[in-house]
Design a protein around this ligand. Sequence first.
Ligand code: NAD
Length: 435
Amino acid sequence: MATDVVEKSGSAGEPAEFNMLANARAYFEAAADRLGLNQNIKDILQRTERELMVNIPVNMDDGSVQVFEGYRVQHNSARGPYKGGIRYHPQVSMDEVRALAALMTWKCSVADIPYGGGKGGITCEPADLSTRELEQLTRNFVRAIRPIIGPRTDIPAPDVNTNATVMAWIVDEYSSLEGQAVPEIVTGKPILMGGSLGRREATGYGVARTALEVLSLLGRSPEATTVAVQGFGNVGSWAAERLYRAGCKIIAISDVSGGYFNPEGFDIDDVMRYQETSPRGLLQGYPDCSQKITNEELLSLEVNMLIPAALENQLHSGNAGEVKAEIIVEGANGPTTLLADKILYERGTIIVPDILANAGGVTVSYFEWVQNLYGFAWEFDDVINKMDSKMVTNLKNVWEMSQDEDISLREAAFTIAIKRVVESMKLRNSGYTAM
Ligand code: NAD
C-alpha cells in the first residue's frame, strides 16, 4: 500500500513531523476528500503506473566492479508524458522516488503544463565517484531504463547531485542508442546542446514573480516590503535579485555559512558579484553586513516576506510560532512541515506553497522541450515572459479558490492539481466517469 510506502521513508531517527513524503500524502488525502473522490480513484492515484528497478554495474577506477541500484518511477500520465528529475544520493530508495514522482504529478498539474509526474534516482554517493565512474554509471543507467523513457513518454531532468553535464551524457547515450539526435530526451541540458536560455534563473525568477503578484493582490508595494531569503543558492539568489530589482528591501540572506542581516537592505548585485569569486560560492566574509545571524534567527526576523529557499523542514512546530513574516513564499521543496503549516495558517500567515511557487523551473523545462521538438531557440526575455504569464495565471487561480472556499493556498493548489488529473483520467477512460 502507498501508505506504508510513505511512512517508511525518511531518515532514521528524524521526527515523524519531518517526513516530507508523509506530509505530501496528507495534503493529497485532504484535497481528495474535499473533491469527494471515491476510494477507487484514490487507490489509483496513491499507486504509481510503472516502476523499474535496475542494477547497474560500473567498472571502478581501482579495477573492481560495483553494482548500483537505480530507479525510474512513473506515477501518472493522464496529462502527458512523465516528467521529473534524476537524483544521485545515498538515501535514494524506491519509496522516496515513488513519493517524489507523485509530487511531480501535482506540480506539473498546478503549473498547467502538459506533463504527468515521474522521478528517478541512483543510490550512490557521487562525491566518492570519479568523473569517469559517474559518466559510466549514468550511461549504463540510460541503457537500463531506455525501454521506458523517451521524448514522448518520459523526460528526465537534473535533481539533487545531477546537473547539465549529466544531462549531456544522457543525451549522448540515448542518441547513440536511437541512432539519431534526440536532445529532447532530457531538459536542463547545457545551452550549447539545446538547453534553454532562462532555465538557470527560472525557479528563482518564478518565485519572485509569484511573490510580486501576491503583493499586488494584497495592494502592497514592493518598495514597502522587507524580505528575508534563506538559502542564497540557485533559487534564493535569483529570487532575491528579481525582488531587489522590483524595489523590495532584502534585509537578510543566508547560506550554509550562516545568516547575514542588513536593516538598510543588501545591494544584491554586489552580493552576487562577491559570491562569484568567494570560496565555494559562499557568502562567508561578505563585508557589507551589519550583523551576522544564524539561519534559525533569520526565520523569525521582523520582515514582511520570508523566502525559504534552502532545505526541507526549516519551518516546523518548534519554530513556527516565532515566525513574524506575514507572507511566506516557498522556494525550496517542502520547507514547511504539516504541523507548522497548520500553526501558520491559523495565525493568518499567507503561505504560497512549493508546488505553485517554485514551478518556474519545470515550466521552463517544458519550454526547453518544446523548443527542442520544433528546433527553435527562444530569446531570454521571451522565455521569462512566457513563464511569468503562466506563474501569474496559476497563482490567480489558486488564490481565487482559496478565497472562495476559505482554505489555504496549499489546500487550493493540491485541490486544483488533483482535480485536473482526475478530469483528464475521466476524459481518457469512460470507465472512470462514474468514480
Ligand atoms: P543550491 O544548492 O543551489 O542552493 C541551496 C542553498 O542553501 C545554498 O546557498 C546552500 O549554502 C544553502 N544551504 C544549505 N544548507 C543550509 C542550511 N543548513 N541552512 C541554510 N542554508 C543552507 O540548491 P537550489 O537549486 O537553489 O535548491 C534549493 C531548494 O529549491 C531545494 O529544496 C530544491 O529542491 C528546490 N528547488 C530547486 C529547483 C531548481 O530549479 N534549482 C526547482 C524546484 C525546487
